[in-house]
Design a binder for this molecule. Structure first.
Ligand code: FE2
Ligand code: FE2
Length: 197
């Protein structure tokens, strides 16, 4: 099912103003879909590199949604249930992603776990696109959505690039743990680059 949904395009994103938070997130959903397909079809070193790219994008994307989008959803009429459900889905995806990172792309169990994550992420994105993003468009002006887009971009430069199960699925935990976890992650990535020469 994930494979059929994967090729779905999102033409609606082009109808939104450039910099609009919903447009940014829709474009990232498309990129995430593409990366799942590329990881699935790759092998060897490039499979791991593509998975690392997917892992980074998924992690910063969900952190930014939890920090910037979720509070606005929660404040909307009927939005409390929507925000809680989306955070719970993201918490589950983060556990699956952390498990995949632990396994590594050469592990025999990797493909099955990747398929489980893809199904989870595709369904989650559809819920955001049908239930949550319309609430953001209805309750925020274009200018406010562009400001939210700027905030999402800023958060994505600071957010952790590795999945942290302690912060996932909670707006408050993202604010409390996010920057600390991010510093650890960036330090780990920098150390890897130095060691790789
Ligand atoms: Fe999400
Ligand atoms: Fe999303």
């Amino acid at each position: 099912m994930a494979q059929a949904q994967k090729s779905r395009s999102r033409p609606e994103s082009a109808q939104l103003p450039k910099g609009d938070v919903v447009r940014i997130l829709l474009e990232q959903h498309t990129r995430i879909d593409e990366l799942f397909g590329r990881v699935r079809n790759a092998s060897g070193k490039s499979k791991q590199q593509l998975f690392d790219e997917l892992r980074r994008l998924l992690t910063v994307h969900e952190a930014a949604e939890e920090m910037i989008v979720r509070p606005v959803t929660r404040a909307a009429s009927g939005g409390h249930r929507v925000a809680s459900a989306r955070n719970a889905e993201e918490g589950k995806a983060t556990h699956l992603l952390a498990n995949l990172e632990r396994l590594g792309s050469s592990s025999p169990g990797f493909s099955a776990e990747l398929a489980a994550l893809e199904t989870n992420v595709v369904q989650h994105a559809q819920h955001e696109e049908t239930e949550e993003f319309p609430l953001i468009i209805e309750t925020r002006s274009e200018q406010q959505r562009v400001w939210m887009g700027m905030a999402v971009r800023a958060v994505e430069t600071l957010a952790p690039t590795h999945p942290h199960v302690t912060a996932a699925g909670s707006t408050i935990a993202q604010y409390v743990l996010g920057p600390i976890a991010s510093l650890l992650d960036h330090g780990r990535d920098a150390a890897k680059k130095v060691l790789a020469g």
